[in-house]
Write a protein that binds this ligand. Structure first.
Ligand code: HEM
Length: 171
């Protein structure tokens, strides 16, 4: 069981690294560099291709994070009944986990909005009417969702560290 648990925590952290690293790379490197590209068509095609490829990686990583996270909780003695009887949310571990899980749900909602609503809508509109001002608005919205997700990811990792090592001033 211990080996399986170690593998699960390893997978959890690895998937988080891939997901987080990808978001940071997109927001801090790729998008700012692509903004300098003068050819609008080349820029749009490249960004959409990158977005589509990363979408597959990020949803796979988020699924692995969720499944391994449930396994980690099970190893720590938490089951489904503890969600309802409140045991899962108690103490420094439970408190940090509650914040982390809420942020995780927010990330899922924002990512779904970005990947399945705003992204496809802006691609469709850009293909039909590239000069429509709504294309720019949708792209800006997608950019903001990316930045917000990056901040949420930082907070999630902080909560993950506090889950394991304790909440400052709370024993
Ligand atoms: C994007 C979302 C997430 C990220 C980035 C993330 C990241 C991490 C990291 C970096 C750790 C290691 C903390 C440390 O050892 O200091 C950790 C631990 C843990 N995570 Fe997550 N996590 C996420 C979502 C979840 C979810 C959804 C669950 C539960 C369903 C979960 C359950 C756990 C548990 C139980 C541990 C403790 C592992 C142990 O030491 O036994 N995590 N997480």
């Amino acid at each position: 069981m211990t080996t399986l648990y170690l593998l699960s925590v390893w997978l959890h952290i690895l998937a988080a690294v891939v997901w987080l690293g990808g978001i940071f790379f997109l927001v801090l490197v790729l998008v700012p560099v692509m903004r300098k590209e003068p050819d609008e068509r080349r820029k749009a095609l490249f960004l959409y291709a990158v977005g589509e490829q990363f979408r597959r990686i990020s949803w796979t990583a988020l699924s692995l994070i969720f499944v391994s996270g449930i396994f980690n909780l099970a190893y720590r003695g938490f089951g489904l009944s503890d969600v309802w009887n409140g045991r899962l949310w108690q103490g420094p571990f439970g408190r940090a986990f509650a914040v982390k899980f809420t942020l995780f749900i927010l990330v899922i909602i924002l990512s779904a909005l970005h990947d399945f609503v705003i992204g496809p809508k802006s691609t469709r509109l850009w293909e039909e009417r590239p000069d429509d001002p709504r294309v720019l608005r949708l792209r800006r919205q997608a950019g903001w969702i990316g930045r917000i997700t990056m901040v949420l990811a930082l907070l999630i990792v902080l909560m993950a560290v506090m889950m394991v090592r304790g909440w400052p001033g709370f024993r």
